[in-house]
Design a protein around this ligand. Sequence first.
Ligand SMILES: Nc1ncnc2c1ncn2[C@@H]1O[C@H](COP(=O)(O)OP(=O)(O)O)[C@@H](O)[C@H]1O
Ligand SMILES: C[C@@](O)(CCOP(=O)(O)O)CC(=O)O
Length: 465
Amino acid sequence: MPFNSGFIGRKHSTPMAPPFMVSAPGKAIVFGEHAAVYGQPALAAAISLRSYLLVTTLSKSRRTVQLNFRDIGLNHTWEIANLPWSTFHRPSRKHSYTSVVDSLDPDCLEAIIPHAEAVSKHLPDKERKTHIKSTTAFLYLFLSLSSSTSPGFIYTLRSTIPIGAGLGSSASVCVCLSAALLLQTHALAGPHPDQPPGEAEVQIERINRWAFVGELCIHGDPSGVDNTVSAGGKAVIFQRNASGPPSVTSLANFPKLPLLLVDTRQSRSTATQVEKVKILKANHPELTQTILDAIGKLTASALELVSSAEFQGSGASDAVQHLGTLISINHGLLVSLGVSHPRLERVRELVDYTNIGWTKLTGAGGGGCAITLFRRDIEDETINELERKFNAEGFEKHEAMLGADGVGVLWPAMFRNDTTGEGEEIDQERFENADGAQGIDQLVGVGVQEDREGWKFWTRDIALR
Ligand SMILES: Nc1ncnc2c1ncn2[C@@H]1O[C@H](COP(=O)(O)OP(=O)(O)O)[C@@H](O)[C@H]1O
Ligand SMILES: C[C@@](O)(CCOP(=O)(O)O)CC(=O)O
């Protein structure tokens, strides 16, 4: 075992390594979207909606690797020996898990194309493209971090994060893949409670770096913000530079705050929304700049507030009220930039009538999701009634937490059975067939039950620049 796991007694011994699980969160932009495009700071926080990756080792005679990405209906198996190891491990390309890779090797990419394009041939082009992207990320990481002598594995993924809604689903998948593969090559120490300061940071950055490589396969030109938030958890401030990647500062003390997240199910394109603001700025330069500057100031105030003594712990009521006011103002400014949508406004209207908190759109807008920071002491009945309204109008509600933990490990993949007190292995089939986000959370979730026994997290303890 690569780390001190607090192993719970297993029911049956098997000759193979026990199954294990890794998990990583999605993210929400809390302040500063769009202004970020023009160099203003923005604040993104990890949310308790997460991806979960179960890794099962096969018996020695089965030299295959199987990718089972159930949420998108991807299931494919490759013979390990047939993968292009020689291209990835050629002498001129000296790479180890400690290498910092910030671009894809064209020869490696070309070598995996036929293997990635072998998947889901029966599907229409649009869906198949999604499968090919996820597969490319997996194969690139597997071939970079593993070896041709690797045992056979099954990688089964489930996620409670809506896909393509601006909540960083792809980054969370890539963080899971990176963490699992690095654990399998024994390239990670911990996580454990007495990990020396700085060591967790190194581990998180190692996972983050390789997750970025996966993001490169899925997105082409990712900013790196989503994978950084997902790997380290809590929150980050990010700011674009005139050239190069954005600077990302980790907010290791960001408090955990209860959040309502509503998916409008209105599809949107980040590029279209960014273009809208660009046109507005071209037509009304001074006015638009004033709005963008105001958003930048809001982010700065929010940063000051969450770093203040009054906000430590879970946040005092006045401080939450103050943060909520900033959230409402930020939404108003985004509306004036023209990036809201009637569906987002409808969500805000329904939530405002209940007076349960402060709402803004999150991410690019034009659809996607809204977030509401909850006031204290909300009645369950109020939430239930709101949920009925959301359901009737086709919105999807998630109760979540801001400032969630980053990448975590459950090794071995078992929980204690409350009745018998014995360790109970997570059943692959039950995991695959868990019913929606709720079913996944119930079975394996860190989610709302943040302190579920067994899961361990690497935790940032220093600010990162
Ligand atoms: N649950 C999942 N299972 C498999 N692949 C996923 C999953 N979630 C996301 N992905 C991958 O990430 C891509 C979505 O990325 P993107 O459009 O940027 O959305 P988001 O903003 O949610 O990250 C999908 O096309 C798919 O390749
Ligand atoms: C609108 C923008 O500020 C954030 C977009 O966020 P997302 O694509 O919704 O995660 C664009 C950007 O910063 O690149």
